[in-house]
Design a protein around this ligand. Structure first.
Ligand code: NAD
Length: 556
């Protein structure tokens, strides 16, 4: 691929994905690539197999178009960005039912969950951006030191250029389109790469989103690992990836070749500590809801529980009642539980269920990729279920003596995406917050922190790098250009002329005095005071001059 920006536009050949690893001519000047259906990550065709979405074969051309569009400057125009975001919002509103159907087809996701965690979430995200964008784009005015008192010092919000956003399958729309909206808001062109594993949602994105967004600025590219690998061979100005830590490392290595800045939204194991002070029924409901929405396929689902042996027994008793209240006696027939995305993940989860002992649930049905909400006890720290991210409706409980053992256990492992603590003691909650590291922290609640759009969302260490949501998303896709503006007037030049050779001790001490770091004064608006002082001084001089003239006239 070429590092250079293109000089001309070209039409984009389209390639179509089929189900074998071969290439052939489509008969219209385009190429057909057939991709093996059962690759490591590929989903077996769902019952309602979608026609595979088109993919753009010639990534060079797609990128050239986007680069030309960025170079034309149209995405720098804030009205243009607003229009695109309004169109995207309209797309969500006009296609809500299709989105819900696509999620149902991919994950058998209940409508209520799709509304809360995808469509409403995405709509609110865009509204939040539209309400604040005019403020966010303004140059920031940082504090100035004495030496820059007369200068223009500001931070200009510069878009990066052409950015790549790669989504994951578990929240296939939200995880792609929320960062895309932030990148649009920041003035970038964006290549959208939905996850191929949620095929119906990928098809919706490939077919519908381009009807609402500028096609040169915001192309959709579909495909699996091999297409994504090809895409990553291109040079982007920023890469935003959501998915597993394993693939995150591949993305980071690819980005590194061009020193491309990257945000990685990854996974891992998010622990949940419960102490005996809690109101247990409420805690159990919040924990089980966090675990079971989207059938546990949520990056911030509480992965495992840490509690005392006594709490374990109580938790299990409450959990049995709550599950019965929510799903009835025959959980499989409940419409309110999603399914595991594909057979690969289903089989992986059955393997994890072999750890410890089943205390609740344990039933499954491969034909529907159904796994009953399952609680495991007597697990050991080196069991696969305690080492690998679970990403399914299985909740192991690992018993500890006390909170300090729990903190030790957490700190001996990779840094989690989020740490949950359930306790009535604010002192204990603080102990966890102060003595552990995690992407986020949430007490007496699960999942809901993700909806606070004034909080940054992201991981740390193996759970990710960088963050987004609301203003943090805008900042992620913005290069903060530091700008110093001076004029060429004599006064400033005179004051700064001591920096020029020939050097001398006198000049050095004058420069040291001017440059010396001074404790910042409270916000005294020094430049305003200086200007006001100058005005008063000039008025005084003018009056004095007039008085003198008047006196001279009178004395004549
Ligand atoms: P996935 O398989 O859909 O992969 C994510 C993206 O990576 C897809 O677009 C896919 O095409 C691409 N990809 C897959 N293999 C690749 C390869 N070898 N080279 C290049 N690209 C490749 O999703 P997943 O990784 O199974 O997603 C689940 C993981 O994502 C879990 O670990 C979960 O915790 C994490 N996740 C994190 C967040 C977050 O916000 N931190 C959100 C959702 C999911």
């Amino acid at each position: 691929m070429s590092d250079n920006y293109p000089q001309q536009t070209q039409s984009i050949p389209i390639i179509y994905v089929s189900d074998k690893n071969t290439k052939q001519d489509a008969g219209d000047g385009t190429t057909v690539i057939n991709i093996e259906a059962e690759s490591e990550n590929a989903a077996p065709a769902p019952a309602t197999a979608p026609a595979q979405p088109d993919i753009m074969a010639n990534f060079d051309d797609t990128l050239q178009r986007a680069r030309l569009a960025f170079a034309s400057g149209k995405t720098r125009n804030v009205s243009f960005r607003r229009k695109q975001l309004e169109n995207l919002l309209r797309c969500y509103e006009e296609h809500e039912n299709e989105i819900i159907s696509a999620l149902e087809a991919d994950l058998r996701r209940p409508k209520q969950e799709s509304l809360i965690v995808e469509t409403e979430f995405m709509k609110n995200d865009i509204k939040h951006i539209l309400y604040h964008l005019n403020d966010w784009v303004k140059p920031e005015k940082p504090d100035k030191s004495f030496v820059n008192m007369l200068d223009d010092v500001h931070i200009y919000n510069d878009p990066f250029g052409v950015v790549l956003v790669i989504g994951a399958w578990n929240y296939p729309l939200q995880l792609l389109l929320v960062p895309v909206a932030a990148a649009i808001a920041a003035g970038n062109c964006v290549v959208l790469k939905p996850s191929e594993i949620a095929g119906n949602c990928a098809k919706f994105i490939a077919e519908t989103i381009p009807k609402y967004l500028d096609n040169d600025c915001y192309p959709v590219v579909c495909g699996g690992p091999s297409e994504t690998a090809d895409l990553l061979n291109q040079r982007f100005d920023y890469i935003f990836y959501t998915g597993s830590t394993r693939v995150g490392k591949i993305v980071h290595a690819a980005a590194n070749k061009n020193l491309t800045p990257t945000t990685l939204e990854l996974g891992g194991k998010s622990p949940c500590y419960i102490d005996k002070s809690v109101e247990l029924r409420t805690a159990v409901k919040r924990i089980l809801w966090g675990k079971l929405i989207n059938c546990g396929q949520t990056c911030i689902a509480p992965d495992y529980i840490l509690c005392s042996k006594e709490m374990e027994q109580k938790f299990i008793a409450e959990a049995r009642e709550v599950l019965k209240e929510w799903y009835g006696d025959n959980i499989q027939s409940s419409p309110d539980l999603s399914r595991v995305i594909n057979q690969n993940n289903f089989q992986r989860l059955l393997g994890l269920m072999k750890s410890g002992r089943v205390a609740v649930g344990g039933k499954y049905d491969a034909s529907e990729r159904f796994i009953e909400p399952t609680i495991l006890v007597d697990v050991k720290p080196d069991d696969p279920i305690m080492e690998e991210e679970i990403f399914g409706p299985i909740l192991p409980i690992y018993t500890v003596e006390n909170a300090y053992d729990a903190i030790k256990f957490i700190n001996a492992r990779e840094k989690p995406l989020v740490l949950y603590v359930f306790s009535n003691s604010s002192k204990l909650i603080k102990e966890f917050k102060n003595n552990t590291t995690s992407g986020g922290f949430c007490s007496n609640e699960t999942i809901m922190h993700v909806g606070v759009d004034t909080l940054p969302f992201g991981g740390v260490g193996m759970s990710g790098m960088g963050s987004y949501h609301g203003k943090y998303g805008f900042d992620t896709f913005t290069h903060k250009k530091s700008c110093l503006g001076k004029n060429l007037a004599m006064l400033g030049e005179k004051m700064a002329s001591a920096r020029y050779p020939p050097y001398s001790d006198r000049k050095s001490s004058l420069l040291s005095f001017l440059l010396r770091k001074r404790r910042p004064l409270p916000n005294l608006y020094l430049s305003h005071i200086f200007a006001a002082g100058l005005g008063i001084g000039l008025t005084f001089l003018m009056n004095y001059y007039l008085q003198v003239r008047k006196g001279k006239l009178l004395s004549r």
